[in-house]
Structures are given as C-alpha cells and as structure tokens.
Write a protein that binds this ligand. Structure first.
Ligand SMILES: Nc1ncnc2c1ncn2[C@@H]1O[C@H](COP(=O)(O)OP(=O)(O)OP(=O)(O)O)[C@@H](O)[C@H]1O
Ligand SMILES: [Mg+2]
Length: 301
C-alpha cells in the first residue's frame, strides 16, 4: 500500500463536528426568561439545594466537593442526602449497612435531623445520610400531613448549628425534590457542558415558580455551575458561551473540568479535597466555594 496517505486517527472533536447539527447548541427560545443578575452575598446560615431533574449532570459531585471545599474554608457544613441512591453519603465514606437512622426516618418518623447526622473525615463537614429505603418515601409521603414541608421543619431545628446546609436532590421532580426546594433559601443548578445541556431546565423553572407561589416564597436561583467541561471538545465551549449568554451573571465563573480523579474519589469514600488535594478538580471546587461564599455574612444573633 505504498503511497497511500497515512490515516489520521479520528479524534473526539472531529467526530463531534461531523455529527453536531449546525443549529445553536441550546434551544433557549423555548425557555422562559432567565434571571440573569448575580445573587447578593449569602447571609448565613443558608440552606442551598443542588437540583436539576436531569440525571448525571454532577449534582452529587458538586454537593460533596463544594461542601468539602466550604468546610475547608472554615464554614460548618451539613450535607443532606435526599437521594435514595445515597451517592452523597457513600461518597463521604458512609457505609449504608451501618446506617441505623437516615433521612427517611427524619421525613417519615419525625426523628430529629441531629439524630441522624454523622461526621466525616473533614472536621467541619457533616452528613445526614440516605439509604435505599428513601425510595419508598416518595410514595409513603403522599398521604402524610404537610408532606412537602417535612424537611424544612427538620432543617429549621438544626439551622443555628451550621453555616451552610447543602441538599443533594434526586434526579426527579417528585415529593423528595419538592421537600428539598421547600426547605431551601437558594437553588444551585449544575449544568453539564453537553449538547442537551438545558434539557429539562424549563421544567425545573416551572417547579421553582410553583414552589415559590405555594410553599416557599423566599426561594431563589443562586447560580448555575457548568460541570464536566472537556477542553478537547469544541461543543463544550459553544455550550458554555450559550449558557452564559442566556443566564448572564447567574453562571459561576468557575467551570468544573471533567477529570478522572473527580470520578474516582467517591469509590474511596472521600471528597476530592482529601482524596487528591492538589488536583485540578480540587482546585476547581475550591474556586467555586470561594465564589459561592464571597461576601458571606452571618446573621446577627
Ligand atoms: N467533573 C467530573 N469529572 C469526571 N467525572 C464526573 C465529574 N462530575 C461528575 N462525574 C461523574 O459523572 C457521574 C454523574 O455524576 P453525579 O453523580 O455527580 O451526577 P448527579 O447529577 O448527581 O447524578 P444523579 O442524577 O444520578 O443523581 C458520576 O459517575 C460522577 O463520578
Ligand atoms: Mg446524584
């Protein structure tokens, strides 16, 4: 085959160019007007829900590592695992078979939240764990009294004990997520740097609006965090540009890179802050923690 041109291996980016449609990466015209102003500095204590009903966009990774980075900055942080998958709990070293009481008992048996809280390997970081039985709560809560406000009441009782309570919501818009949003002062929405990035964000918007009207008038969209950025793909930059164009200053400057270390840390039961403290992922979540807490003040009293 002398003389045949050497074949260049096809890179991921080339493939993407070949299959990516010419149209804009996001169909923002289908979304309601975005709130595009930056949120004012936090007044602590603050309850923040990490939500996006789209699966696998980095909610849990952001909850655990943002929480750990905030704890490293000296804030007292409680992570509430509201997902029956229990990924935030296991990612912080909690072994589910050792959990006696969990968020399920808080929601359905009126067990005080402080009774289920466990410490982690980071001094200022605590977790209220979830186990698979929480899946039943979605149905068992339906006939319950004030079923949407159960988490809010439980968190209200521990609020003075923490600077930040961060709630890891499941990938759905069911009663668990409603409890998370009803309990929160703010929502942070992780958006993955990929083609269908904003798919479902319109539905999340509507739900946030419903919660504001019916359950929690104080709920605010605090920010959008772009996750799993891969510099090798041209599409990712386009998605970032369009998300920034649409959401303006609501989008954090920090973009979380896609790194193997971030995906490995949970299987060691550790946040990236302790698992690989100098890695790019750790640095990114530290930067995000600084942005999120910039200018934060404590409520007097
Ligand atoms: N920045 C990243 N770099 C590499 N892998 C990542 C990154 N962020 C998340 N992942 C991996 O992607 C997967 C999905 O992330 P994660 O569990 O945080 O998403 P999620 O939104 O919480 O998912 P679910 O909707 O199922 O709760 C996980 O395997 C996680 O380890
Ligand atoms: Mg998750």
């Amino acid at each position: 085959m002398a003389g045949a041109p050497a074949e260049e291996p096809i890179g991921e980016a080339d493939l993407e160019d070949a299959v990516a449609p010419a149209a804009p990466a996001l169909e923002t015209d289908k979304l309601p007007d975005a709130p595009d102003r930056p949120a004012p500095p936090m007044v602590l204590p603050r309850v923040v829900a990490i939500a996006n009903q789209k699966g696998g966009v980095g909610k849990t990774t952001t909850t655990v590592n943002l929480g750990a980075a905030l704890a490293e900055l000296g804030f007292r942080v409680l992570i509430v695992d509201l997902d029956p998958q229990g990924n935030a709990s296991s990612g912080l070293g909690i072994v589910s078979r050792d959990v006696e009481r969990s968020v399920y008992d808080v929601l359905l048996a009126d067990v005080p939240l402080e009774d289920v809280v466990e410490s982690t390997s980071l001094k200022n970081l605590f977790v209220a764990p979830a186990t698979i039985d929480l899946a039943g709560a979605e149905i068992e809560l339906v006939p319950a009294m004030s079923r949407e406000m159960r988490l809010r009441r439980a968190i209200d009782a521990v609020r003075p004990d923490y600077d930040l309570v961060i709630i890891d919501c499941p990938p759905s818009l069911g009663l668990l997520t409603v409890n998370g949003l009803a309990a929160a002062d703010d929502v942070i929405v992780p958006v993955q740097c990929e083609y269908y990035a904003l798919e479902g964000v319109a539905a999340l918007w509507r739900n946030i609006g419903l919660i504001q009207t019916n359950l929690n008038p104080g709920l605010d969209l605090r920010g959008i965090v772009l996750t799993m950025y891969d510099a090798r793909t041209k599409l990712a930059d386009r998605v970032i540009a369009e998300v920034r164009d649409y959401f303006g200053e609501k989008v954090y400057e920090t973009v979380i890179p896609r790194t193997v270390r971030l995906s490995e840390a949970p299987s060691h039961g550790q946040s990236i802050i302790t698992f690989d403290s100098t890695s790019r992922g750790a640095q990114a979540y530290r930067d995000l923690a600084k942005e999120v807490s910039r200018g934060a003040t404590r409520q007097p009293g």
